[in-house]
Design a protein around this ligand. Structure first.
Ligand code: ZN
Length: 591
């Protein structure tokens, strides 16, 4: 995933005629200086998709997608940006320069590639162990789970044997650097003593959408082994919040069906596929993040949430639903019988039973209404009022007035209150929401912290020193930021600028590289933010945020281990975590 020199990208963008590229899949009609046709990204009967050859941009007024020729190929061919660049370079005969990145870039890139190699070697090692005598217990577990040979192979399951350094020795025998294995999260370093991170665990590789292994989930084999699931840490190549488990295997099915069934666990995922529900991804048990939702949005606009009824409607499930609704998904909820998960249903009742449950998924709003009806006694006036109050906030969050009125009618039916009264109450709630809450904006903007907002404003107005400052941010500083991709683009441009000795052009080139929505967003920012905080303060705040987040994460892990019974025993893992916590605090104090 090397970064390409900016001059090369500009060349290629000019060579790669966007009309020609789009026309290969969309039949375009010329209207004045623009071309229009039926949008390839949503289904429509009258054209709302337009291409502007001169500006090199496309845009759909129906579904809102847009961008330059790279973006089109990325979305249409489901490729990453570098892959799209390569496809276009090949098609238009533009030579890809070897690398004119800075040495630092090349080093970072080389390291990322080594981390990926380490994961490849480790995945192969674990797979081989699973088929050998040492992996017998792993095979037995999978057999008990009822997983077919075919599924086990296609998901690349493996086994980490009980020894504490079997992987480490294997990596050494391959001439791979143990220090990098520590960085890859495969090997733990305890005061210079190295040992495998995963042992006596069934190993489930976590892949990028392209299929590259970038992390592992390890399931414990023994009841007293904590935690039950041990996952890879965040590394330069793996970010949990930006990865959706299983998408590499199921993306074609998801795209074909236009919907994704979302389950919680690794085994739910495997059994769903085995049961014939092939368009599936796993959330891995935590609430979805915005980048995950956006990743999924490239493949489907409908999501069917398949959680067990105790979990649905609370905690992570509700937060995921809300996020998906905000991100424009059509969300349905498939309720399983109490105490069941997809894994159990497929195993005990068969794939067809699970398929039927998924097909009978209920729209999310209906699900919420049903739940509220169960919680309130709508036979009494007080119960009806409580029910209505509970639903007002939900109703007010529906963006279109017509859909809101429709929802009001459903509520009135369920609560036995006149439609006019309900509509009126909802309108009031919607207005109150608009006046008290900040004005509706694109999600990304409303989620910006002040530091991000101000930094982006500086990038637009005073590019030179802002670009210098942006270079100080490390990948881990950017994790979880709404402006992450924008800041990464700015870093890439700033780096490129250093090598080529250009100056002051980060802003203009950022604008020329980004999609229309981002451009409108950035230009809007610099028009509205009057007095941004100094650049150095922005950077400091972002770095503090990262430190706080890391401390929180470590604390969370410690709590989890203590809850899991590690408190009295002083387990290895606990010691390790406590040490890490101290280190993080010390680092924070210095900074
Ligand atoms: Zn469209």
């Amino acid at each position: 995933m090397a970064l390409f020199p900016q001059s090369f990208l500009e060349d290629l963008r000019q060579q790669a005629d966007i009309v020609q590229v789009v026309q290969e899949t969309v039949s375009l009609r010329r209207v004045g200086s623009r071309y229009t046709g039926l949008c390839p990204f949503h289904s429509e009967k009258t054209p709302s998709f337009g291409v502007d050859r001169e500006r090199g941009l496309f845009h759909c007024f129906g579904c809102g997608v847009g961008g330059n020729v790279f973006k089109f190929v990325e979305l249409h061919e489901r490729l990453s940006f570098p892959e799209a660049v390569r496809v276009l370079a090949r098609k238009f005969g533009v030579a890809i320069p070897e690398s004119s990145d800075t040495r630092q870039d090349a080093a970072a890139e080389g390291e990322r590639e080594t981390l990926i190699t380490l994961h490849e070697v480790a995945a192969k090692f674990y797979r081989e162990v699973l088929t050998s005598e040492a992996g017998r217990r792993g095979r037995e577990l999978l057999e008990k789970r009822g997983l077919s040979r075919e599924i086990i192979d296609s998901l690349g399951y493996g086994f980490a044997p009980p020894g504490r350094d079997t992987l480490l020795q294997h990596l050494r025998s391959k001439g791979l650097d143990p220090r990098l294995a520590v960085k890859a999260g495969l090997v733990a370093d305890r005061d210079g003593r190295l040992s495998d991170r995963f042992w006596n665990r069934l190993m489930i590789p976590i892949c990028r959408e392209s299929g590259l292994v970038v992390g592992f989930g390890g399931r414990a084999m023994d009841a007293d082994q904590v935690p039950k699931y041990l996952n890879s840490p965040e590394t330069p190549i793996y970010s949990k919040g930006r990865t959706l488990y299983g998408l590499n295997v199921t993306k074609t099915a998801i795209r074909q069906q236009g919907r994704a069934v979302m389950v919680e666990g690794y085994f739910d995922f495997a059994m769903a596929i085995q049961g014939g529900v092939t368009a599936v991804v796993a959330s891995s048990g935590t609430a979805l993040t915005q980048p995950q939702a956006q990743l999924l949005r490239r493949f489907a606009s409908r999501v069917v949430l398949s959680f067990d009824p105790d979990a649905a409607g609370q905690g992570a499930a509700v937060r995921s639903c809300d996020l998906l609704v905000r991100e424009g998904f059509d969300v349905n909820v498939a309720l399983l019988p109490p105490g069941r998960d997809p894994d159990l249903v497929v195993r005990e009742e068969g794939g067809e039973a699970y398929q039927a449950i998924v097909e009978h998924a209920q729209p999310y709003l209906d699900f919420l209404v049903d739940r509220a009806v169960r919680q309130h006694d709508t036979a009494t006036p007080a119960g009806r009022l409580a029910f209505l109050n509970a639903m007002l906030a939900v109703a007010a969050s529906i963006p279109e007035a017509a859909a809101r009125d429709q929802f009001a009618d459903r509520l009135s039916l369920r609560a036995g209150i006149s439609e006019d009264v309900v509509r009126d109450e909802i309108r009031k709630a919607a207005v109150a929401r608009r006046t008290t809450a900040p004005a509706p904006r694109p999600v990304s903007r409303s989620q910006l912290t002040e530091a991000e907002r101000d930094l982006l404003t500086h990038l637009m107005s005073a590019p030179a020193d802002a670009a210098e400052a942006v270079m100080e941010l490390e990948p881990a500083d950017l994790v979880g930021l709404a402006a992450r991709s924008l800041l990464e683009s700015a870093q890439a441009l700033a780096r490129d600028e250093r090598t080529q000795g250009r100056s002051g052009s980060v802003a203009s080139r950022l604008l020329s590289e980004l999609g229309e929505a981002d451009v409108a967003f950035l230009t809007g920012l610099s028009a509205t933010v009057a007095k941004p905080a100094p650049v150095a303060d922005c950077i400091r705040v972002l770095k503090e945020r990262r430190a706080a987040r890391e401390r929180q994460e470590i604390q969370r892990q410690i709590d989890a281990f203590q809850q899991a019974g590690g408190a009295g025993g002083g387990t290895d893992m606990e010691e390790l975590l406590i040490r890490k916590l101290r280190e993080a605090r010390a680092a924070q104090a210095e900074g």
